[in-house]
Write a protein that binds this ligand. Structure first.
Ligand SMILES: *[C@@H]1O[C@H](CO)[C@@H](O)[C@H](O)[C@H]1NC(C)=O
Length: 147
């Protein structure tokens, strides 16, 4: 009897893990739009995308700090990242900041251009090879429960 109960709990756990992993479609959506999956950390809790307008919202469950390759820039993700996904372009981005030159800069847009990604910070832009973002980064030092 106790064994059966434990089995039931175990299968419930596996079931909820499966549900969580299907919510990783935010990364699939990036791929489908010629963006590398590494633009979002592993712990996406939920996400919405309006396929008509391209408006999206990604819920990371908490703020997230991580180090971006190859120059080890410190990046900070808000709990909620929003923007608009149009062909090969993310516009009106909100919720991703990068530390450079002793300041935090909000990344306002990202363009996918051939093998490169162009990050826009207001009027300024910086180009990086897309392959630097092939791996999904994990958050470092999260205060809330880690995924
Ligand atoms: C999706 O975007 C379209 C165009 O902006 C809008 O008309 C529609 O109401 C949106 N749908 C949802 C579910 O927000």
């Amino acid at each position: 009897m106790a064994g059966e109960k434990r089995l039931a709990i175990l299968s419930l756990t596996i079931f909820s893990l499966l549900i969580q992993s299907t919510s990783q479609t935010a990364h699939d959506e990036l791929k489908a739009n010629n963006f590398p999956i590494g633009l979002l950390p592993t712990n996406v809790l939920s996400y919405t995308l309006n396929k008509t307008s391209g408006d999206f919202s990604v819920n990371l469950g908490g703020t997230c700090k991580l180090t971006l390759p190859p120059d080890n820039y410190l990046a900070s993700y808000s709990k909620k990242v929003t923007g608009k996904l149009v062909e090969n372009k993310i516009e009106g981005l909100n919720g991703i900041r990068v530390r450079a030159f002793y300041q935090w800069w909000s990344i306002t847009g990202i363009k996918s251009s051939g093998d490169n990604l162009v990050f826009e910070v207001g009027m300024v832009s910086a180009k990086y090879p897309s392959k630097n973002f092939d791996q999904m980064p994990s958050c470092q030092g999260r205060s809330s429960a880690s995924a």
